[in-house]
Design a protein around this ligand. Sequence first.
Ligand SMILES: Nc1nc2c(c(=O)[nH]1)N[C@H]1C(S)=C(S)[C@@H](COP(=O)(O)OP(=O)(O)OC[C@H]3O[C@@H](n4cnc5c(N)ncnc54)[C@H](O)[C@@H]3O)O[C@H]1N2
Ligand code: MOO
Length: 401
Amino acid sequence: MSLPAPIPVEEAQQRLCALVSPLPTEGIVAADAVGRCLAEDIEARRTQPSADLSAMDGYAIAAGDHSGPWRIVGESAAGHPFSGTLATGEAVRISTGAIMPHGSDAVLLQENATREGDTLSLNDEGNPTPRHIRRAGFDFEAGETLLRKGARISPAQLALALSGGHGVLPVHRLPSIAVLDSGDELGADPEKCEAHQIPASNGPAIAALARPFVSECLRIGPVKDTMDAMLGGLESAARADVIVTSGGASVGDHDLVKPALERWGATIDFWRVAMKPGKPLMVARRANQVILGLPGNPVSSFVTAYLFLLPLLRRMAGALDMLPHPVAMACLTPLPAGGKRTEFLRGRIVNGKVELIEEQDSSALRALAAADVLIRRDIGAPPTKANDSVEIYRIRNGGIA
Ligand SMILES: Nc1nc2c(c(=O)[nH]1)N[C@H]1C(S)=C(S)[C@@H](COP(=O)(O)OP(=O)(O)OC[C@H]3O[C@@H](n4cnc5c(N)ncnc54)[C@H](O)[C@@H]3O)O[C@H]1N2
Ligand code: MOO
């Protein structure tokens, strides 16, 4: 059998993402929109802060005399502004976040003041200063763009949208997926595997990776290595936006994903990518469905899900920024020259530098679970010395979402 030449990683990512468009838009209560992507730009509906506010607990001091003593004529508390106007020589008790009264132009910290009854004076620790005033509109003005179309709503973006006066956000629908494990050797119950079986760990791991980006995830299998079982598994996934299979993507006698997809009426878009691990990756379409055939080796399945499934789901969810961003980090371990495939090596971070994990077998789950990053090695990259900079993708500590 002559096999198609593996295509470069970037081309494969582009071809995959070009198969889909962002899903339709819906309005979602802002707090429930976390994880969704905006379908349009969001403008501020209010100015923040809407008035000059004190940034500290202390006293708002009238313009004109910053030496004191002053007469305290009232209070401005957060949510309860002082209604009058200060005259020279007057001050108002003020709390953090409260509105500066008319006529005031400085804040005296309470630690820098002595109060006796209604008389306020300096205690030589510091003077009234306008530095403790947060000016109206310094964060944003009504009408300014707060968040761009395609931005993913995370907790900080949620807080900003709420602060900008938005209770409901226009976002894209999330895709649904079905994840199918295949292989006669797979046991569904990890506590009851015979000697010839291994626990089916890929499906749950892929589903866990995808969870923040999907509306629902149907789990199918483990499916046996027969054409009928594979066709049955695919048919039960027929309503998902994306089908992910794991295993059976290679060239063995029992690798049935490709023939089963073809028999099921899917068209293979590409098969085999010049990457390690993950070479047998397969992408197919059937009507509006996209099928991603991930290799069975557990590390290959994880790495290809990270580099292909997540960008695909991000694109369907409306993100403009789909691909993971590599960053540069010094690498403690010297690395050999890159080969004929882009490599994604497991590494751990030690004191701010990355170190290669010795075990790089594409079935080694203990090494994967110990990894903080994938080290990217481009095709034909020159060898590196200790402490040379390499490109890494974080797969822990916030690197996924
Ligand atoms: N002659 C060749 N053999 C292989 C090639 C090749 O090019 N020529 N490619 C190798 C590469 S690279 C990979 S990766 C694997 C992937 O093959 P498959 O996608 O067909 O995967 P399987 O053969 O079904 O399984 C491989 C391995 O992974 C285990 N596995 C499968 N599914 C699961 C699961 N859901 N949970 C946990 N572990 C799973 C399976 O038991 C096997 O050990 O092919 C190479 N061979
Ligand atoms: O390309 Mo395979 O995914 O190395 O084990």
